[in-house]
Design a protein around this ligand. Sequence first.
Ligand code: HAM
Length: 426
Amino acid sequence: MTKIKYQTVTGMHDVFGREQIFYDKVEEVARKIANFYSFQKISTPILEDQDLFIRSVGEGTDIVEKEMFTLKTKGKDLLVLRPEGTASVFRAYLENGMQSLPQPVKLWYYGPFFRYERPQAGRYRQFWQIGFELIGDASPVLDAETILIAYNLLKDLGFKKVVVNINSIGCEECRKDFKKALSSFLKNKKETLCSDCKRRAETNILRILDCKNPKCQQILNEAPQIVDYLCPDCKNHFKQVLEFLEEIEIPYKLDPFLVRGLDYYNRTVFEIGFEENKEEEAIGSLIGGGRYDNLSKALKTDFVPAVGFSMGVERVVSLMKLKEIELNLKKKQGVFIVQVGDLAKKKALRMMEELRKAKIDVFEAISKDSMKLQLTKANKLAINIVLIIGQQEALNNTVILKDMVTGKQSTVKQENIAKEIKKRIK
Ligand code: HAM
């Protein structure tokens, strides 16, 4: 019989073992931050109407042009595996009448997203994002709060020297003049641009600004800067955001070329990474976000301003490992049950349930018969209390309680075991 080799789809990966512990840690830190800043968790479907992303992320963007996993249902609807979370959360806000709640509505999410990208370091076709969205308020203090939350997220995960790259891309009005200026600047330089930028010059000229091709970057050194084209309102908004950041001592760098690759943004855009960004350059940005007051217009609803960010969990986990960030997991507090003999196995199974009800964590190797094997596992888990049920104990309804630190052991009646353990576990 020829064996079939099963493997994950290109650009997708399994998460398990130590890797899963890192993912859980990232989620736990995000949950604590979300609770502190009063965000409610939201889970939206993985499939959405294709139209939602065409309208929101925008037709000329890489995501919509090249990266969506689209499927046609039997009813001929065009659905996509969500490539990002903002449009879905915003759709949920509108659909569920959250406009009638006190604004801003603060929502966070954690889940898988899908983009048909060329797989490489830090770039997957299924990846996990944690996102925070503040919907329904245009105040610049919320841009600063969003950045503060993103910054604290990386800090609480154990990263040092975190820095915010920030820019303002103004509103549609200020962008009109800027696009004209950029277009005339690039007029006789188009031939030297990379092939993507040649196309972008026609479809989405702003995207040329954040092209990573060194030749394009060199040309852009002399290009006009969008901050010089901001209208008074946008300028004032940006000035206030920066003042709030200074007040809360968030280190930031103005990046005139930061425009972000999604069409819904206006005014503040930001990405967060590290001061020394060698590793980050290799894998791309960790966190990206900004204000997206344009999304409501793109979706043809009443004006709803909003701001938010999301963080790529794969990238964060790979940098946590690279920078050898300790997980600081709490030492396991619980007991390990060792059983020897058929009757003891039954008693052990029953005892596990009693201890679970008493809220004591139990570890075991219940399918094993060898005492040595079971004790080796208890040692590996570094558990300090081991309960041993042999044939004698099973018959007497007792259990041997062994303290693995002092080596002392005593025989305890099974009915008193939970009380006895609680005395020892602080
Ligand atoms: P984004 O910049 O497209 O923004 O993605 C945010 C983060 O997701 C990136 O900084 C990166 O860490 C991670 N990421 C993106 N693509 C991949 C990939 N192919 N593989 C691994 N990680 C990836 C957004 O998605 C916006 N929705 C952010 C936002 C929220 N803006 C406002 N609110």
